[in-house]
Ligand binder design. Structure first.
Ligand code: ADP
Ligand code: ZN
Length: 214
C-alpha cells in the first residue's frame, strides 16, 4: 500500500503520517526529516538542502527525487510506504508515477489535510518540537508540562530554523504555488481524500482512518 500525505506546512501531516504508518505497519518516509537529520552529518546532500530549507524554498527536484527513489528501493519499502512531504510539485509527482509504473506499483490514496491559512500561521509560529522523538508542541495550544522538555520522552524541545514568520510566509506561498496543483492532479486520478484538519489530533486521525477504510 502506497499512501501520500499532502498538506500545507502546519497542517499536521507529519504527526498523522507517523501515526497511520505505525498503525498500518508501513514505512514512513518524511523528506523534511531526512533533510534535517542529514544536517548533523554535514553530507553534500545536507549542505545543498540547507540553504533552500532556510529560505522556505523547495530543495531542487534532482536532489529530492533521487533521494526518494533510492530510499523506496530498500527492502523495508516493498510492502508499502507513507509519503510525508513528497511529492511537493508536479515534476516530483510525475517522477514517482513513472518509477512506480516501471515497477508495477501505484499510489493507492492521497490524504489531503486541509487547514485554513490563519490557523497554519498561528500553529507554526508557536511550534516547539522534540529533538529526540519529533513530537510537536505549541506554546499556547499544547504546551509541555515542563517548559522545554518533551512529555513523552524527556527530550529537549526546539524551534525549527524555518519556523520564523518570514520563512513561514515563504513556505505557505510555495505550498499554494507549487504543491496545491497536486490536489487537482490526484483528484483527476480519483485518489484524493480530503480531510478536515481542524480540531484535535485524535479527531483528525479518526477522520483519516475512516476515509482510508472506505
Ligand atoms: P513543512 O511541511 O512543515 O514545511 P517539512 O519537514 O515537510 O515541513 O519540510 C521542510 C523543508 O524541507 C521544506 O520547506 C523544503 O525546503 C524541504 N523539503 C521537504 N520535502 C521536500 C520535497 N519533496 N521537495 C523539495 N523540498 C522539500
Ligand atoms: Zn520526545
Amino acid at each position: 500500500m502506497y499512501i501520500i500525505f499532502l498538506g500545507a506546512p502546519g497542517a499536521g501531516k507529519g504527526t498523522q503520517a507517523a501515526t497511520v504508518a505505525r498503525g498500518l505497519k508501513l514505512t514512513h518516509i518524511a523528506t523534511g526529516d531526512i533533510f534535517r537529520q542529514a544536517q548533523g552529518q554535514k553530507t553534500e546532500l545536507a549542505l545543498k538542502a540547507k540553504e533552500y530549507m532556510e529560505q522556505g524554498k523547495l530543495v531542487p527536484d534532482e536532489i529530492t527525487i533521487q533521494m526518494v527513489l533510492e530510499r523506496i528501493s530498500q527492502p523495508d519499502c516493498e510492502t508499502g510506504v507513507i509519503f510525508d512531504g513528497f511529492p511537493r510539485n508536479l515534476v516530483q509527482a510525475k517522477s514517482l508515477d513513472k518509477a512506480f509504473g516501471q515497477q508495477g506499483k501505484a499510489v493507492d490514496s492521497v490524504i489531503y489535510i486541509k487547514v485554513p491559512e490563519e490557523e497554519l500561521l498561528e500553529r507554526l509560529s508557536g511550534r516547539w518540537i522534540c529533538r529526540k522523538c519529533q513530537a510537536p508542541y505549541h506554546k499556547v495550544n499544547s504546551a509541555p508540562k515542563v517548559a522545554g522538555v518533551c512529555d513523552r520522552c524527556g527530550g529537549e524541545l526546539y524551534q525549527r530554523a524555518d519556523d520564523n514568520i518570514e520563512t513561514i510566509k515563504n513556505r505557505l506561498k510555495v505550498f499554494s504555488d507549487e504543491t496545491a496543483p497536486l490536489i487537482d492532479y490526484y483528484t483527476q486520478s480519483g485518489k484524493l481524500l480530503e480531510i478536515d484538519g481542524e480540531g484535535d489530533m485524535d479527531e483528525v486521525g479518526n477522520r483519516i482512518i475512516s476515509a482510508l477504510r472506505k
